[in-house]
Every structure is written in C-alpha cells, then in structure tokens.
Write a protein that binds this ligand. Structure first.
Ligand code: NAP
Length: 455
C-alpha cells in the first residue's frame, strides 16, 4: 500500500494498493500494444484529445483545490495549479507541429533525405508532490502529443492527482491503455526500467531518487530526463529596484512553504542595500499567516510532511548554533511538526548546511556581497544548478553575470517561474533534464533518418 498522510492533521487521507510485479508488467504490455495505434493518429487529433483532457482538469478545479490542501498542505486561497497546468499544455500543443515536423535536407529527383522525429514508444513519468499537476503535465502532454503512450507514477503524497489526470484524459477520449496512472513501489519501478520496459523515463524529484533511476537504467540505454533539486540563489545588484527585488525573492523563497524546486534558498545583496533588504523581508514574512490550508485566511500552510519540516528545523538550528541570526520569532501556529514558522537568517556562511543543502522549506539565508564577482563566486559555490535570479535594470550586466553562473535558467528581475517556451533544465546535481520548449519534444522523441535514393 501507499499511504498519503495529510499534513493538516496527520490523518490518513488516502491509501492505494501498489501493483504487484505481474500487474505492473501487464500494464506495460497493454501500453506498448496500444502505442502504435495512438502514434498513427493525426497529430491534430492527438492535440485535440490532450487539450480536452486539460480542459477537463479545469472543470474539476473546485474539487482539486481542497484535495491539494489535504494531500500536500497548499492553502486553498491560491486556487490550485490550473493556470500553469493549462499554460504549459497549451504552449506545447501550439508548437507541436513545428517541433515534430520533418527536417527535409533534400527532396530532389535523385534523393529524398529527411530526419523525422519518432516517438520513443512508452514513456514513464515519475512526478513529485510539490506541484503535482504542473510538474506532471510538463512531460505528460508533450509525450502524448508526440505519439508516445504514457505511464504516470505519481508521488505517494499526492495519489489522487494521477487518478484525476487519468479520469480527465480518458473522458476526453485518450485510450485507457495509452495513458495509465499506476501506483508503483520503488523496487517495481526500478525493475521495470531495468527490464527495458520504457523508451524514455522522465523523473522529477530528489537527487537520491534520480540516482536510483539512473542506476536502474544503467546498461539498458533507456533515455532518461532527470529534473532534480536546487539551491537557487538570488542576487540583488547595487542598482536594483529594491522593493521589487524583496517582494519577488521573498515570495520565491516562501511560497508553497518553500517547497518549490526553483524556490529561492539563498540571497546575496549588494552591501548598500543589505540592511534595507533584510528589514523589508522581515516585515513581509512577519505578516504571513501560518495555519490550516483549508482556511482562506492562511497564507502559509504546513509542510507536506513532518519529516520535511524536521529537516528544515534541523538546518535552521544548526545555523543558529553556528552563529546565524534568526529574524522571525516562532509563530503561534508552529506545532513543532509540519506547521513550521518561516525563517530569515543572516550572519550565515557557506559552511552551514542551510546555505549548501536543499532546504525545500520556508527559510532563506541572506548575505551581503561587495560586487558582482563575489556574488557570482558564491552563487556557483553549490552542488546544484537549477535557476538563479539577478536583480538589476541593466540587461547587459545581467547577461554578463548570467554567462558566468553555472545553472539551468537565469532570470533577470523575476524568479520562480517556468517559461514553457524555454528549456526547463539544470546542471550539476540538478540532473540533466530538458523539458518544455522545442527541446522538450526533441527529448520525448528520437531522430530517425531517411536516406532514399530515387533512381
Ligand atoms: P522524491 O522523494 O525523489 O520523490 C519524487 C517522485 O519520485 C515520487 O513519485 C517518488 O515516489 C518517486 N521516487 C523517489 N525515489 C524513487 C525510486 N528510487 N524509484 C522510483 N521512484 C522514486 O522527491 P520529493 O522529496 O518527494 O520531491 C521534492 C524534490 O523534488 C526536491 O528535491 C525538489 O527540488 C525536486 N523537484 C525538482 C523539480 C525540477 O523541475 N527540477 C520540480 C519539482 C521538484 P514516492 O512518492 O512513492 O516515494
């Protein structure tokens, strides 16, 4: 069984039986048998069915919002994920024809030489709970549109999400064997990968999970996309719009109780701005309302699981013991468990875990920096490389800094957003994903060359 323990009150919200190995293999067989027929359908038809499935999710949104609160603690006031879910699917639907079109090198009397993009066959999507709809749709929609069958193995914390998606897509007319939601334990997942069940595996989650998937795939030549953790920095330059920088970076650090892969976890502020930045950040965070996510007044819900909160508490305590200053007094609603006070730390160093390891919680360390060179050095002093956010009105300066940051995405004057037109990717321990955009389609298909001599 997999079990979703609700962070609201620690009760069991949902339980599901996992597939046993034989059932899992049978599900793979059904998907592989159904895939060629799906790939033969017109691209327009696949797009229409997928987008109808997306629309169906929108119609369920009133039920989905409280369900998300129960499963992973996000306050209902934020209204769920349909905005980003639909934006990403629509964008990928919109570029599908161009992205999947043949690359014609020559079509003459003598030769036809063409590169086509063909689906991998069966794609396994392993999704995390923190943005359970938006992370899943990043690969589910383009994989289906490209003609693959998809098996979705969603996180145990959010078991209802895969069921909702399956219901929505099946009601739209996507065949049940072409898109399957499956409950799998880790061993069965690894065994299926090792048995070459999938043409491609897209894994979004922790570094440890990504390593397990890579190990399972070793020697099988299965393509894998790994979208893993981050320790994303923000850098506020001396010419930045301070108010805008504080608002966005602190929201980027705290939204979703800090459980965003591209959440801001470290902030470097040019010395002249440092005190004002910290004061404003403390003012914003002090006004948050921590509490039950079903209460519309709540702006900060519990963390998704007590064990996640325990890790953040430990990182904060260790930092304070080592000399960091904690600026936010414990909130009344802090229960020592999943309900965790947000925290802003100064006097932090890169010796502290809170500045090195992913916290994935509502805490951020802020350090003053002398100049761009020092900021770049500190931003790059990390095992991770997902995004970085640079604050300056000077595009040339931002781009020059961006060139020197080891990361997947650089933002200027914004943060914590997935632009479906750009490749969602990372470097170092963030893995080697490449989702969304034209490149997302290239990763969900393989090139096939046709060299046809006519005479
Ligand atoms: P996680 O433990 O790795 O779980 C993520 C998903 O992977 C879940 O479906 C989980 O299944 C599955 N999983 C984990 N280990 C597995 C294994 N050995 N074999 C098969 N499946 C496995 O990650 P998490 O802590 O829940 O999620 C938060 C992490 O995801 C953070 O590190 C965050 O940065 C990262 N993340 C990255 C991105 C990105 O785009 N780069 C986006 C969102 C989140 P179970 O739930 O059943 O264990």
């Amino acid at each position: 069984m997999i079990r979703c323990v609700s962070p609201i009150d620690g009760s069991v919200y949902a339980e599901r039986a996992v597939l046993d190995p034989a059932q899992a293999r049978a599900a793979v067989d059904r998907a592989r048998a159904a895939q060629p027929g799906w790939a033969e359908r017109d691209l327009d038809e696949r797009i229409a069915l997928v987008m109808k499935g997306v629309e169906n999710i929108g119609e369920m949104n009133d039920d989905i919002v409280p369900e998300l609160a129960h499963q992973m603690g996000r306050p209902v006031r934020y209204g769920g994920e349909f905005g980003g879910f639909e934006e990403r699917a629509s964008y990928m639907a919109g570029i599908a024809k161009d992205a999947l079109s043949d690359i014609v090198i020559e079509d003459s009397a003598a030769f036809r030489r063409v590169i086509k993009r063909v689906p991998h066959g069966l794609v396994l999507v392993v999704a995390p709970w923190n943005y359970p709809y938006m992370t899943a749709i990043n690969s589910v929609a383009p994989a289906l549109i490209a003609g693959n069958a998809v098996m979705l193995k969603h996180a145990s914390q959010t078991p209802l999400v895969g069921e909702r998606m399956a219901a929505a897509f099946h009601a739209a007319g996507v065949p049940e064997d072409v898109f399957q939601n499956v409950f799998l334990d880790h061993q069965t997942t690894s065994d299926l990968i090792a048995a070459r069940s999938f043409g491609f595996v897209n894994f979004t989650g922790s570094v440890g999970g990504g390593q397990a998937i890579e190990r399972a795939a070793a020697g099988t030549f299965t393509g894998i996309g790994l979208e893993l953790g981050g320790k994303d920095p923000g850098y506020v330059c001396d010419d930045a719009d301070l108010d805008a920088a504080v608002d966005t970076l602190i929201d980027g650090a705290m939204f979703n109780s800090g459980q965003c892969c591209c959440g801001i976890e470290r902030i470097y502020v040019a010395e002249p701005h440092f005190d004002a930045f910290v004061a404003k950040a403390v003012e914003i965070v002090s006004a948050y309302k921590l509490g039950n996510p079903l209460d519309p007044e709540t702006t900060l819900g519990p963390m998704a699981h007590v064990r996640f909160a325990a890790e953040v508490r430990a990182q904060v305590q260790e930092a304070v013991d080592a000399g960091a200053k904690a600026h936010i007094p414990t909130f009344e609603a802090d229960d020592g468990g999943a309900y965790l006070s947000p925290q802003i730390l100064t006097d932090v160093t890169h010796e502290m875990r809170v500045m090195r390891e992913e916290s994935f919680g509502p805490v951020v360390g802020i350090m003053p920096v002398r100049d761009d060179a020092e900021a770049i050095k500190l931003m790059n002093d990390s095992h991770f490389g997902l995004t970085a956010s640079v604050w300056t009105p000077d595009t040339a300066r931002a781009e020059a800094i961006a060139d020197r940051i080891e990361t997947g995405t650089v933002f200027m004057n914004r943060a914590d957003y997935l632009d479906p037109g750009l490749c969602w990717t990372g470097c170092k321990d963030t893995g080697r994903g490449g989702g969304l955009s034209l490149i997302g389609y290239h990763n969900l298909t393989r090139p096939k060359s046709y060299h046809l001599k006519k005479a």
